[in-house]
Design a binder for this molecule. Sequence first.
Ligand code: BV8
Ligand code: ZN
Length: 290
Amino acid sequence: MTITRLRDALRVSKNIIVIAGAGLSAASGIPTFRDGGGLWRSLDATTLATPTAFAANPSLVWQFYHYRRVKQVSALESKPNLAHHIIAKLSVPEFRREVAPNAKSFHLITQNVDRLSVRALQSLESQVPANAPPSARPQMDSVFEMHGRIFDVKCTSCDYCVEDLSNPLCPALDVSHIKDYNDAGTKQIDIPLKELPRCSACHALARPGVVWFGETPYQLSEINRLVFKADMCLVVGTSSTVRPASLFASRVQKRGGKVAVFNLAPSVADESADFVFRGPCETELGRVFP
Ligand code: BV8
Ligand code: ZN
């Protein structure tokens, strides 16, 4: 039975990592990239999430991120889903002792930019009484948001970067009032450069605080160290098509570690996985970690 075999493997694991993707947040109403929700205004997300696209047409790229920020604000209201909470609990040493008594470390490496995993940790932290011992607290530094955060606004010129939940970020991005403008994007609008989001420090053009294709993911050397040390890797809700995240599980396996995949559809990671759980991660994770 796969569940029993995975639980047995967890009992002897020392350093656990989770590699998460858009499927982890699907149950929170956030569209994934490639299975159906990945298209926007008949454009493919991956062509818009690049420095080249932003340099060529910052107005279009900012409208793309405005559209996704609006979608995510509603999802933020629906808060993290069960899968986020189960993973967040693994960052609590006391809980980990029950499922993985030999584990010395746990880290979540997420490709998602929606902050829902951090919010799950924060809600866990808020439930712990002030006088509780450290072992009862979630380790807040256990989450690596390797592709950045969609609500961060970063300067294209100085090192200013801040989380800004305003909606819209600037008056020109409040496009909902424009006649026949819709998500399908039939109406193309060109926002002048000076009306796009600007840096509050130096007033240069600002950009979304995410990692685009062709850019180096955040905290990559730290993440590579964790991947190198891991002997258990849970791969949750990702098509495993985006590098370098898609390479982490095979590295764990090559060094004798175990890999468990929790995914709705078959994914590249399945072939080399020791355990495959096909279905929504919010239910499959609940079966392994009741
Ligand atoms: C890098 C932030 C160098 C932005 C993202 C040619 C030219 C240039 C680059 C490349 C190239 N060829 C390859 C590359 C490298 C490139 C890459 O991998 N491209 C791919 C497309 C081939 N990678 C990069 O450019 C990376 N940087 O390589 O720099 C470097 C490398 C190492 C060291 C130094 C330098 C940077 C990549 C970061 C891109 N930014 N996001 C934004 O959000 O707008 S990536 C984007 O894709 C999201 O972060 C997303 O999370 C991520 C991965 O996608 P998934 O999460 O897997 O989402 P997807 O929709 O694909 O799959 C969801 C899965 O969930 C599905 O399988 C579905 O079945 C499942 N699912 C759905 N519901 C559920 C579920 N599963 C369980 N339960 C459910 N309920
Ligand atoms: Zn600036």
